[in-house]
Design a protein around this ligand. Sequence first.
Ligand code: E4P
Length: 220
Amino acid sequence: MKIFLDTANVQKIKEAAAMGLCDGITTNPTIILKEGRDHKEVINEISALISGPISVEGIGETADEMAKDAVEFSKWGKNIVAKVPMTKEGLKAVRALEAKGIPTNVTLVFSPAQALLAAKAGASYISPFVGRLDDISQDGMALIAEILAILKNYGFKSQVIVASVRSPMHVVEAAKAGAHIATVPPDVFDKLFSHPLTDKGIKMFIEDYKKANAAAGAKK
Ligand code: E4P
């Protein structure tokens, strides 16, 4: 499974990239607002850091407006993906942009029917929001399994990005389900590394290393 970072925080992206753990980036206006930076400037900087796809979302409501935004975004760096909302206008934009060679990511997907339509329209990526479904007492991960089954049945080329990830278990469940990608916020990414037994084990080995040397030194 590819891991994308769901952030526009350049430091976090650099850190994950240094471990070879950042296959791409997803952003939305809320994520960029958190950084307090201009859209173009931050996307430009991210694009210089990673070679994978970078999803950028505009505010166009008609297909023409969305396509115009996407053409502008694609000038901001390499591998820019146009994020478009799951609406009729959004899917018109998907068709037009994919035909022009600009990859699209259909966002705000909450049902298998929406994913089927996005795949048929030719989206490169489809982003079901698991956390927001869990928030309203619906099973977000069950939606991922349904969408993956539909894509497999018909050999659609779209890749599923498990989005709105809230916990390490969402990432693990995404991998178990066979999702193509999980887009992970930095706080969840950091949690993926931790285990108390790892910390305990490191501490014990350091102490024993020192004890072993001290014991050997005492024998000399
Ligand atoms: C990514 O493509 C989505 O915009 C993001 O994962 C949404 O996350 P949220 O539901 O935590 O805002």
